[in-house]
Design a protein around this ligand. Structure first.
Ligand code: NAD
Length: 285
């Protein structure tokens, strides 16, 4: 099956980025946000992002108009009924995602694939909320979705070969390089990345170095494009905490136990770039 119409649920950092990627790949996109005002804000954000690309000579004006014509933002979940694939990208919370899968199974046409962009949560638990567990898998984009080439295609023990083949082909049609991974917390990237990020928070909290020097050390010493604290701010500290909690729940490995400071920062609503303050400051949002 080839994906001609994609539904995206959630218009946060990742949902908006995925809508842009798929729209540019010539796929019709229906992006569902919980309110029409956030749906409209997402379209305004997409217009801004595409306008920047036109200004930099990276996109033709006609192509910008075509992409905008392909992306429709809605607030009613019922508008996703006709999609070939619905990829949810709502908050990293298993109870919320499971409830959403029950709803999507009721609404979305028979034979369509239901996928999750979760970073760590068990895909099989979402699959088992539906009457079509063979048609459920993970399609994990990276942040920022328009720039990052990787997609992890996650095979739950219930996913069929056809579902996985379609998910891979969809990722390729979006211009991404898919890797296949089984449904285990953190998949490949976050299972390896998050102990490092978590330890950077502990190092900072212990006063071993300033936030600037921790980041500069990993950029200059390991040639990483950004430091760990800036990366946490980009991912979102609430999402990062949820990822660590899911990893810890699965493996009980102390390296995954969230650093106390990370928890405190989330309680204080310092969520990183999206709230304007995290380990660094980003001005008013
Ligand atoms: N941030 C990253 O770097 C990153 C990377 C890859 C995957 N992910 C995954 O993508 C998903 C979304 O993350 P994000 O970074 O876009 O988060 P975000 O905080 O930017 O957006 C979350 C979205 O979920 C919606 N939401 C919140 N509560 C909801 C509810 N009860 N019902 C329905 N929608 C609700 C919000 O309105 C928002 O649109 C998560 O599963 C996350 O693990 C995140």
């Amino acid at each position: 099956m080839s994906i001609k119409r994609l539904g995206v649920v959630g218009s946060g950092i990742m949902g908006s980025g995925i809508a842009e990627v798929a729209g540019k790949a010539g796929i019709e996109v229906v992006l569902r946000s919980r309110s029409q005002s956030t749906a409209d804000a997402m379209v305004a954000g997409l217009e801004k992002s595409l306008a920047k690309q036109v200004d930099r000579g990276k996109l033709e004006a006609a192509e910008r108009d075509a992409v905008l014509g392909r992306v429709q933002a809605v607030s009613d979940l019922g508008e996703l009924a006709d999609c070939d694939l619905v990829l949810e990208s709502v908050v990293e919370d298993l109870a919320i995602k499971k409830h959403l899968f029950t709803e999507l199974d009721r609404i979305v046409k028979e034979g369509a694939i239901l996928a999750t962009n979760t970073s760590t949560l068990p895909v099989v638990e979402m699959a088992m909320e539906t009457g079509r567990p063979e048609l459920v898998c993970g399609i994990h984009f990276f942040n920022p979705a328009p720039a990052m080439p990787l997609v992890e295609v996650v095979r739950a023990i219930t996913s069929s070969d056809e579902t996985i083949a379609t998910a891979r082909a969809f990722a390729e049609a979006c211009g991404k390089n898919p890797v296949l991974v089984k449904d285990q917390a953190g998949f490949i990237v976050n299972a390896l990345l998050f102990p490092y990020l978590n330890n950077a928070v502990k190092l900072y909290d212990a006063g071993v170095a300033t936030r600037e020097d921790i980041d500069a050390a990993m950029q200059g010493g390991c040639n990483f494009p950004m430091g760990p604290l800036a990366l946490l701010d980009l991912v979102g500290l609430d999402t990062s905490l949820a990822i660590l909690e899911a990893l810890y729940a699965e493996f009980k490995d102390p390296n995954y136990a969230p650093a106390p400071l990370l928890k405190r920062m989330v309680s204080a609503e310092r969520l990183g770039r999206k709230s304007g303050q995290g380990f660094f400051e980003y001005g008013k949002r």
